[in-house]
Write a protein that binds this ligand. Structure first.
Ligand SMILES: C[S@@+](CC[C@H](N)C(=O)[O-])C[C@H]1O[C@@H](n2cnc3c(N)ncnc32)[C@H](O)[C@@H]1O
Length: 251
């Protein structure tokens, strides 16, 4: 708890985004990513591999944009910065490890923007304009969290379709951006399953809120919370879908 609190205080962010809860979420994620470093390593390596392959397959090398860049754990920053003239990292919060990593490259810029407010928020629209490669990096399932929490914090129930609408809006925005860029790469976790120590599935949660995704080119399991992280007797596993070429997957 102390670590999460300290991380929340240390991470710079506009007051509006801090008040909405993005800084707190970022601190929680940061702390868990460090606690679960070994369990997350295979997932992060696979995601970085998909993004690197996607960058390699992009012939125009002007601008690459990463949506949901966060801690950059799943982002092969060096591969992007050496292949593209400019790299724009977009997130509501850029934690210190990401800021320090970005500083090593003259062609990497940080863009602070709230993505679920619609991809066309001004800062975001500017970042995506003329992008050759746009990567949505393990962001989609996170988008509904802060808006739904905001209702619950006020003791109200979120509108039943809010989560689905946010997922649909992001996918629609990627479709729209596909028209102006060469390649869109989407990586997202889609379903959470809870397993006991015998490997039985004891619960599951649709992280896409019922929105159907096309069959992925590649998929894998991400052990989000190994035994002991959220309970001694169960662990949480997320099924991840990767679309190195979202336009082709949608066709
Ligand atoms: C699971 S992390 C993605 C992992 C990240 N690519 C990394 O390597 O650390 C989700 C990221 O999405 C960001 N995020 C969630 N909702 C957002 C929103 N509405 N606008 C902008 N960023 C958002 C969070 O701040 C977080 O950094």
């Amino acid at each position: 708890m102390l670590v999460e609190w300290a991380l929340s205080l240390a991470n710079p962010a506009p007051l509006r985004l801090r008040r909405l809860g993005y800084v707190r979420q970022s601190g929680l994620l940061h702390a868990r990513s460090r606690r679960c470093r070994a369990a997350w390593a295979p997932h992060l390596a696979r995601a970085r591999g998909v993004i690197t392959a996607s960058a390699e397959a992009t012939t125009r090398r002007g601008v690459a944009v990463v949506l949901g860049s966060g801690l950059l754990d799943d982002v092969p920053l060096d591969a992007l910065a050496t292949r593209f003239d400019r790299v724009q990292l977009v997130d509501a919060v850029h934690p210190w490890p990401a800021r320090l990593a970005a500083r090593r490259y003259r062609n990497v810029a940080l863009v602070t923007a709230e993505i679920s407010a619609g991809l066309m928020e001004r800062a975001l629209a500017e970042a995506c304009a003329e992008a050759d490669l746009i990567v949505s990096a393990n962001l989609l399932s996170q988008l509904p969290i802060v808006p739904i929490d905001a209702y619950e914090a006020r003791g109200r129930e979120a509108p039943p379709r809010l989560g689905a609408q946010i997922v649909e809006t992001h996918l629609g925005a990627l479709d729209a951006l596909a028209a102006g860029s060469e390649r869109i790469c989407l990586i997202t976790d889609t379903v959470q399953r809870e397993e006991d120590r015998q490997g039985r599935v004891t619960d599951s949660l649709d992280l896409m809120f019922g929105v159907a995704l096309p069959p992925p080119s590649v998929f894998w399991d991400w052990e989000l919370a190994p035994f002991g992280e959220v309970g001694r007797r169960h662990r949480l596993i997320h099924r991840v879908h990767a679309y190195p070429d979202w336009r082709a997957a949608r066709a």
